[in-house]
Design a binder for this molecule. Sequence first.
Ligand code: GDP
Ligand code: MG
Length: 292
Amino acid sequence: MHKAGFVNIIGNPNVGKSTLMNLLTGEKLSIISPKAQTTRVRVMGIVSAEEYQIVYSDTPGILEPKYKLQESMLQYVESALTDADIILFITDPFDSKKINLDYAERIKNIDVPLIVVLNKIDLIDQKSAEDLLKKWQEIYPKAVILPISALHSFNHQSVLDAIIYHLPESPAYFDKEQLTDKPMRFFVAEIIREKIFLNFKQEIPYSTEVVIESYKEYPEITKIAATIYVERDSQKPIIIGNKGQSIKNIGTEARKDIEKFTETKVYLELFVKVNKDWRNDSLKLKRFGYQQ
Ligand code: GDP
Ligand code: MG
């Protein structure tokens, strides 16, 4: 009997959804940063074995949209609630203090198996962990609740076991060699965006979009040109930095990760342009490829 299905990872911003997705797939498919809302779209990570195929979806965090980009981000969360075979709801000790009961109620009413993952248990003592597990079991009586630390690769095997147990009988959805639904260019842009999230404070990362202008593979090297779009004129010199130092750092850090990801030598060229208020403009968002 072959099993296959869609396992959709949802939860509030910053609880460790992307970290867990990368751990479960063994690939760095999703970008991670200490800032909320790093993930903007839905990214699939496919894990295949002889007798099963798990199609994970990492999603942006659940949020109250304040601008159009966030409305689009929430759409991806909504779609993940409707097409799941299994829901993997991730929470952490801090998140558990401010539970969004509307969402909890909705998730409870979806008729698919629910696995609740209490992540970051490396940050609390055993007594607090036990209390939280009890609390989540009361909110979701039918769910299996699993304490893990995605960062320290602790107990994620129990998550995998629970997923395989609940996976429906089905043929594979994707070629067994395939790792994701997104092309290489997407991950290159995401890696550059991750470096911006890690290098800049406040609004800059949220105001930034990365577009791959060209991607050429030669026998010896892959040549990539990308444009970093910001929202306002004043943000451009910040990205570039004094004597171009900031953009140079982003370029170097991104290139190293892209080389690991593509397993080739990479030449990366970065440009910075202003695209006024793109975050709040439906047409511009559509051109950047966001679902409306
Ligand atoms: P997402 O917004 O839910 O996708 O969260 P991320 O995966 O981007 O992680 C947010 C932050 O939490 C990052 O700084 C991670 O390194 C950190 N993090 C993730 N899992 C753990 C964990 O198990 N323990 C600790 N201490 N930190 C974690
Ligand atoms: Mg994320």
